[in-house]
Design a protein around this ligand. Structure first.
Ligand SMILES: [Zn+2]
Length: 242
């Protein structure tokens, strides 16, 4: 398919289920665009309060810690806003309530481009996709079209001054396969890795493991870029709503 310009838009939003999902998916692209002047907004459906197998960690404390980590990661990326919707981790559903909360964010921040998770990504040879990822992806697409765009869906949001907004371009995380567009992140692969490292409760502190992880992230991005004459790349499933 024809590649979009990938030029930095005025405003971009990323809607994800958990802290760190956004960094894995798109931090290279977001950092690149932020550097070029794009106003980047993160919207977190959950704060990842179940993201540990340590029985001593209380979900509320973990959520607070992970929100700080997410804010730090967003700062590394150069994002301007981080919004936490604080749905419960692990049991996220594509409800009408979540859809409305996402519409509120879309109308508030008016992104030209929205990144989200791919709700059709169910499983692969070596993984089952987290159900929260699918729910967040479905809710994001349903919020973008048509609810954020249509005037009469939420009269109370209109009363709050949140006017309809039509986001025309969508980049969905492709997780290595099925991508239709690629963004060269050669200049920001190190920023992407640095942002991921801010999620300390998730990546741990074992130096050897961290080095291996960094190497793997670089190799994956190099592999994604190789077929498209890019040093390092992120790939996305792209939708342009007409
Ligand atoms: Zn996740």
């Amino acid at each position: 398919m024809e590649q979009p310009s990938n030029g930095a838009p005025e405003r971009a939003m990323i809607i994800i289920a958990h802290p760190d999902d956004g960094e894995y998916m798109a931090a290279g692209t977001l950092a690149k665009w932020a550097k070029a002047g794009t106003e980047v907004t993160y919207v977190l459906c959950t704060s990842g309060d179940k993201g540990t197998s340590d029985p001593e960690f209380k979900p509320m404390e973990l959520a607070a810690t992970r929100e700080v980590e997410q804010q730090n990661a967003a700062n590394v990326v150069g994002a301007k806003n981080v919004e936490f919707l604080r749905y419960e981790d692990g049991v996220l559903q594509n409800t009408l309530e979540l859809r409305k909360d996402l519409v509120r964010q879309i109308r508030k921040h008016k992104p030209d481009v929205i990144f989200c998770q791919d709700p059709t990504r169910r499983y692969g040879e070596w993984f089952i996709n987290h159900p929260d990822h699918r729910a967040a992806g479905d809710a994001a697409l349903d919020a973008i079209f048509p609810s954020a765009r249509d005037y009469h869906v939420y009269p109370d949001l209109i009363e709050e001054g949140l006017m309809p907004h039509n986001a025309l371009e969508i980049y969905m995380g492709a997780g290595g396969d099925g991508a239709s567009v690629w963004v060269d992140i050669t200049d920001t692969i190190d920023t992407k890795i640095a942002a991921l490292m801010e999620h300390k409760t998730q990546v741990g502190s074992d130096k050897e493991k961290l080095e291996k992880m960094k190497t793997r992230l670089k190799e994956n991005a190099a592999q994604t870029g190789a077929a498209h004459a890019m040093g390092h790349a992120e790939g996305f499933k792209y939708i342009k709503v007409n």
